[in-house]
Design a protein around this ligand. Structure first.
Ligand code: ZN
Length: 135
């Protein structure tokens, strides 16, 4: 499974009561289209919610986690060579930039999800009103 695939994790809609009939206002969205991808690290098949960019590596959840761990687990600084330090800091900044890009993408996805949920709530409200006025 790809790390981007939030699967059942972030799906607040599951908490809403969805057992009401889908008649009339039922405008059910199809599930998010998942794209098959291959993990750049271990070659496992995984799925991502966006078309994989050939210029960017895709990682499955395991590799993603492992890589994160590695990043945080850098060798301790026993030397105080300024140049080395600067280089290392630069490298770290580059990596952080990449992280930020990933996080931005995730935020965009979450925004989308929030919009979807908002719309569903609106639909539910409309439905409720319609049901009340039916009686
Ligand atoms: Zn992998």
């Amino acid at each position: 499974m790809a790390y981007q695939n939030r699967g059942g994790g972030f799906r607040p809609r599951g908490n809403f009561s969805r057992d009401r009939s889908q008649g009339g206002f039922g405008r059910d969205r199809p599930p998010r289209k998942m794209h098959k991808a291959t993990c750049s690290e271990c070659g496992e098949d995984c799925e991502v919610p966006f078309p994989p960019d050939p210029n960017r590596p895709v990682y499955c959840k395991d590799c993603w986690t492992a890589r994160r761990g590695m990043d945080r687990d850098r060798k301790p600084r026993t030397t105080f060579d300024k140049k080395e330090d600067v280089k290392e800091v630069k490298d770290e900044v580059e990596e952080l930039k990449e992280d930020v890009e990933e996080i931005k993408e995730e935020i965009e996805e979450i925004k989308e999800e929030v919009e979807e949920v908002k719309e569903e709530v609106k639909e539910d409200e409309v439905k409720e009103k319609a049901e009340k006025s039916d009686e």
